[in-house]
Design a binder for this molecule. Structure first.
Ligand code: TYC
Length: 103
């Protein structure tokens, strides 16, 4: 329901119902140079995977070209992308990480 701002001509719409935020996939892309161990470390440290899961995801990316590291709200997904890209560049690796909306 609309409410009038005191004499300032502003208007705020109030709603009771909310919606679940769209979720974003963080994808790892394969390349020929980033060491497998570094990708596993990234999956453990930034995406909270066990060593076993990290190995499986890394190998899937290596063989299929890309794979999902995790699914998050937009802010969290974009922060993970920035953190992992900064870490990879600092170590001199070309690893690419991107975020894309689900559905
Ligand atoms: N293809 C890389 C190699 O053979 C390993 C790798 C896996 C790189 C996953 C990037 O997202 C990646 N060293």
């Amino acid at each position: 329901s609309p409410t009038r701002g005191a004499e300032r001509g502003t208007q705020t719409l109030e709603r009771t119902e909310t919606h679940r935020p769209r979720l974003w996939r963080v994808l790892l892309l394969n390349d020929d140079y980033t060491p497998m161990d570094f990708v596993v470390l990234v999956l453990e440290r930034y995406f909270r995977k066990s060593e076993q899961d990290a190995q499986l995801v890394m190998l899937a990316v290596h063989h299929k070209g890309q794979g999902v590291a995790g699914v998050y709200t937009r802010d969290v997904a974009e922060t993970k992308v920035a953190q992992v890209m900064a870490h990879a560049r600092h170590e001199g690796h070309p690893l690419m990480v991107v975020a894309e909306p689900e559905a």
